[in-house]
Design a protein around this ligand. Structure first.
Ligand code: DX5
Ligand code: ZN
Length: 218
């Protein structure tokens, strides 16, 4: 059964604390926090200040997704703010091995993120150092986008690669995951499903989370 990580990008920021408590009570496993700088992606969202605020209202693992240029500059800040996982886009760092170890040196679990057009080959020499691989099933920057169907092959290919390498990394999938796509994502091998618009803004968070968790892999 997959873990569900609601993405607060789709939450009501006018009552963020209540929203976090509500999804926790509704069965969320992690909280996914989308950090965007307006450079790597065409949107600006939140920083370490929000992570530390979220840290104060939940004990769930905080999964911080950095969609920012020069992530090395901010890893310590996000670690101190309370991140349990920090994931960096492989497209944002020329020194991926150093960046991943900067995260691990902070005692935080480290993940690498690949955009829809980025090959899994970029992970070849870092795979064994990762706690998490995040496959973007939309182009990053916004919630509520449509799932890119080709992502399913990529998830399947990553699952096979991890098995061959006997690597421990979890597979997380992010973007357009909802009641219609979750079953195929689970069947392809995802361990963690990120969902923003499929949870926040719906009438019943418990029902929305259960629908993803129990989606029929087909
Ligand atoms: C997009 C973010 C995703 C997004 C998911 O750049 O990384 O986490 O918030 O939102 P939905 O689930 O609505 O596609
Ligand atoms: Zn994300």
């Amino acid at each position: 059964m997959p873990l569900i990580a609601p993405s607060i990008l789709s939450a009501d920021f006018a009552q963020l604390g209540e929203e976090i408590r509500a999804v926790e009570a509704a069965g969320a496993d992690w909280i996914h926090i989308d950090v965007m700088d307006g450079h790597f992606v065409p949107n600006i969202t939140m920083g370490p200040l929000v992570v530390s605020a979220v840290r104060r209202v939940t004990t769930l693992p905080l999964d911080v997704h950095l969609m920012i240029a020069n992530p090395d500059r901010f890893i310590e800040d996000f670690a101190k703010a309370g991140a349990d996982y920090i994931t960096v886009q492989v497209e944002t760092t020329p020194h991926l091995h150093r960046t991943i170890h900067l995260i691990r040196d902070q005692g935080v679990k480290a993940g690498a993120v690949v955009n829809p057009g980025t090959s899994l080959n970029t992970l070849e020499w870092i795979l064994d150092d990762l706690d998490l691989v995040l496959i973007m099933s939309v182009n990053p920057g916004f919630g509520g986008q449509a799932f890119i169907p080709g992502s399913l092959d990529k998830i399947d290919r990553l699952r096979a690669l991890l098995a061959v390498r006997e690597a421990k990394a979890l597979i997380e999938v992010d973007g357009g995951v909802n009641g219609r796509t979750a079953g195929a994502v689970i069947a392809a091998g995802a361990d963690v499903l990120v969902a923003g618009s499929a949870i926040f803004g719906t009438a019943d968070y418990r029902q929305s989370i259960a629908r993803l968790k129990n989606a029929d892999p087909g």
